[in-house]
Design a protein around this ligand. Structure first.
Ligand SMILES: [Zn+2]
Length: 270
């Protein structure tokens, strides 16, 4: 686990080093926001028991790997063809892609599709907009994008792109804090700024509820979960592998980080 944190940290250092980070202000609110909706009819939903099965895949980058990156940073890049093959597999296996917003509604209602899957993307790197967004829009596969609302620059999606993707109906924008915070290591006041600031930003920008957070580096503990709940989030995503979740624990949702070598025929059925 420590190795994963370290690699994530190195990866972010590299991104920050090349991005020319800047803080963005809120200016634009779309007139008619489109909400991402599930395709399953009410009658086809199944009762959620104490546990429910939902593979949640965590991606970072799709596309050509920049040559200047270290080997550990390169692992977070997936070739476009590999990604397309993964989507083919998911569809061929009969999965229905749902978003974090969908999941929140399903948990509220106590009913969920029979074979759901979540595709999530962390950080809001620009290749999500240039590579992933056209693909998922064309294939009509809804995904969840966890953005850092305080980080900008050419390597990250900008405000207009976030609005465009949200308006498409295929990208559910959720929080990854403001500055990719180490939530377990900062104090309560700093944590509140990270949690509340990113939630408010998304809600003001897109006129929708930000229900979910993906913990940066997967870092979370009881104090973090308590603050996340206090601020009003409904779901918290970790990087602990596992396809099963407890119905009553919405803030320690499992998630499988995906690399070029991930074999979905194995990880989706563990
Ligand atoms: Zn991240």
């Amino acid at each position: 686990m420590l190795a994963v944190f370290f690699k994530g940290f190195v990866f972010l250092c590299l991104i920050f080093a090349f991005s020319g980070c800047s803080v963005k202000d809120i200016e634009y609110v779309p007139e008619e926001p489109v909400n991402v909706e599930s395709i399953t009819e009410e009658d086809d939903l199944f009762e959620i028991g104490e546990n429910y099965r939902l593979p949640v895949l965590g991606f970072h980058h799709v596309g050509d790997t920049p040559i200047h990156l270290s080997e550990s940073a390169k692992q977070w890049y997936i070739e476009t063809d590999t990604f397309l093959g993964m989507l083919d597999f998911i569809i061929d296996e009969g999965y229905e892609a749902i978003t974090a917003s969908n999941l929140n509604e399903y948990l509220e209602s106590g009913r969920i599709p029979s074979k759901p899957i979540m595709l999530t993307f962390d950080d809001g790197a620009i290749d999500f907009y240039t590579v992933v967004f056209p693909i998922i829009k064309e294939r009509k596969i809804p995904v969840t994008l966890f953005i850092m609302t305080g980080v900008g620059g050419k390597n990250f999606v900008n405000k207009e792109q976030v609005i465009e993707m949200h308006d498409s109906g295929f990208v559910d924008i959720q929080s990854h804090t403001k500055y990719h915070a180490y939530l377990t290591r900062i104090n309560g006041e700093e944590r509140k700024v990270e949690l509340e600031g990113s939630k408010d930003y998304i809600e003001n920008l897109l006129d929708k509820e930000a229900v979910a957070i993906a913990y940066p580096f997967g870092l979370h503990d009881d104090a973090v979960v308590e603050d996340v709940m206090d601020v009003g989030y409904k779901l918290g995503f970790t990087i602990v592998s596992g396809n099963e979740h407890l119905r009553d624990d919405r803030f320690r949702l499992h998630r499988k980080l995906v690399t070029e070598n991930t074999d979905l025929s194995v990880v989706l059925y563990e």
